[in-house]
Ligand binder design. Structure first.
Ligand SMILES: Cc1cc2nc3c(=O)[nH]c(=O)nc-3n(C[C@H](O)[C@H](O)[C@H](O)COP(=O)(O)OP(=O)(O)OC[C@H]3O[C@@H](n4cnc5c(N)ncnc54)[C@H](O)[C@@H]3O)c2cc1C
Length: 365
């Protein structure tokens, strides 16, 4: 069997990995380098955590996500997950911190809860006067995306996959299972899997009824010297509370301290506004006061733009027509499921039961 995979973010790389392990002949086509800094998977790090608020299907699937990553670490001979645990903060009733906390409790999972003063004692970058509670879970951490992408690319090449960087696909023919590249050449397989992230609508404009592409940005910071040690031992912060839908990646070895906010995104084409705007770093940083104290003492090191695709209810999306399957496992939370999504797609295409893969990805059960 031969399969063409379009796009080498975490979904495409993992699908190629899982297919290669099943003895399938894989051609992986990526428009840029691997890792591609413009892709959603091309940033330094992403959070894995169980808390999922009202989306219980994803909360229950985290065990499968960890098992798939473990299998990948075993193949790569390296573990690219730093187990920091994760933290929630709540600033006001009904905010993200509280919603995630309640979802965990309803699902039967545990969370250590702390009063504002206990939270600030453990994590001195928190201003205790601005929060209602803090909650910490040891089950969560930081996935090192750049290392994962480089090692998967090398593993695929070493295991016989045809990995082509700087190879943009300009069209997909679902009836023949073939794709045309920007240089006019055609690559065919028994099936084409399209994991093109924010560029999906360029290949399949009719999917605009299901997918919306957004542009956002994250800021990398150096904290004040007296708080560095606290940040270096901090959990990933899934939600700092309040209204910004924020998140924080702590500086694990080889990476920076990163703040991002869901509310910062806006609809845009994937290549639009990919330079940071003046003062964008300050705007991103200042969303985090409250709950963090002395926010202006955090030095801005870099602002990185990102493009990603959402469904209306933030569940993943997959559709098959003839010999092509289009997958969007993103909606802002898909990296943690990258390895298992690859396994599900590989199993689906080899067995001919892609509908089971689609149901797993949509996680409505
Ligand atoms: C700011 C931000 C923060 C996030 N935080 C988290 C988090 O903490 N935890 C989490 O689990 N998830 C998080 N996510 C979501 C996660 O990053 C995405 O779900 C995941 O990276 C999507 O991977 P992908 O492979 O589907 O898409 P992408 O990583 O975008 O990969 C698509 C690839 O396809 C290539 N491509 C596109 N079109 C073509 C073409 N025509 N020809 C050839 N190649 C093509 C692109 O160049 C790209 O490399 C976050 C996303 C963003 C943007």
């Amino acid at each position: 069997m031969s399969i063409v995979v379009v796009g080498a973010g975490i979904s495409g790389l993992s699908t190629a990995w899982a297919l290669t392990k099943r003895g399938v002949s894989v051609t992986l086509l990526e428009q840029g380098p691997i890792p591609n800094p413009l892709s959603a998977s091309g940033d330094q790090h992403r959070i894995i955590r169980r808390a999922y608020g009202g989306m219980g299907g994803y909360q229950r699937r985290i065990g499968d996500a960890y098992a798939a990553w473990d299998e990948m670490w075993s193949d790569l001979g390296k573990k690219h997950l730093v187990e920091t645990g994760f933290m929630l903060l709540s600033q006001e009733p009904g905010d993200g911190g509280e919603t995630y906390r309640n979802g965990l409790i309803e699902g039967g999972y545990t969370l250590e809860e702390y009063s504002p003063s206990e939270t600030a004692e453990r994590f001195p970058f928190v201003d205790p006067g601005t929060i209602r509670f803090g909650g910490v879970s040891p089950e969560g951490g930081v996935l090192l995306c750049l290392k994962i992408a480089s090692d998967l690319r090398d593993w695929l090449i070493a295991n016989g996959a045809d990995v082509r960087e700087n190879s943009e696909v300009t069209s997909v023919d679902a009836s023949s299972g073939s794709v045309t590249l920007a240089d006019g050449s055609v690559v065919s397989g028994d099936h084409v899997i399209v994991t093109a992230g924010a560029w999906t609508l360029g290949l399949f404009p009719k999917l605009a009824v299901k997918l919306t592409t957004y542009r956002t940005a994250v800021v990398y910071l150096t904290p004040p010297a007296d708080l560095r040690e606290a940040w270096e031992r901090a959990p990933a912060i899934l939600d700092p509370g309040g209204k910004t839908d924020g998140y924080v990646l702590p500086p694990v070895p080889g990476t920076g301290l990163k703040f991002g906010a869901g509310t910062h995104r806006y609809k845009a084409a994937p290549n639009q506004d990919r330079q940071a705007k003046p003062s964008e770093g300050e705007i991103l940083r200042n969303y985090f006061s409250p709950p963090f104290a002395r926010i202006e003492d955090y030095r801005i090191d870099d602002v990185v733009t990102c493009a990603y695709t959402f469904t209306s209810d933030e569940h993943f999306f997959a559709t098959t027509e003839d010999k092509a399957t289009v997958v969007s496992a993103c909606s802002g939370h898909g990296y943690k499921f990258g390895a298992v999504v690859g396994q599900k797609l590989a199993k689906g295409v080899v067995s001919g039961d892609l509908d089971s893969a689609r149901r797993w990805l949509e996680a409505r059960d």
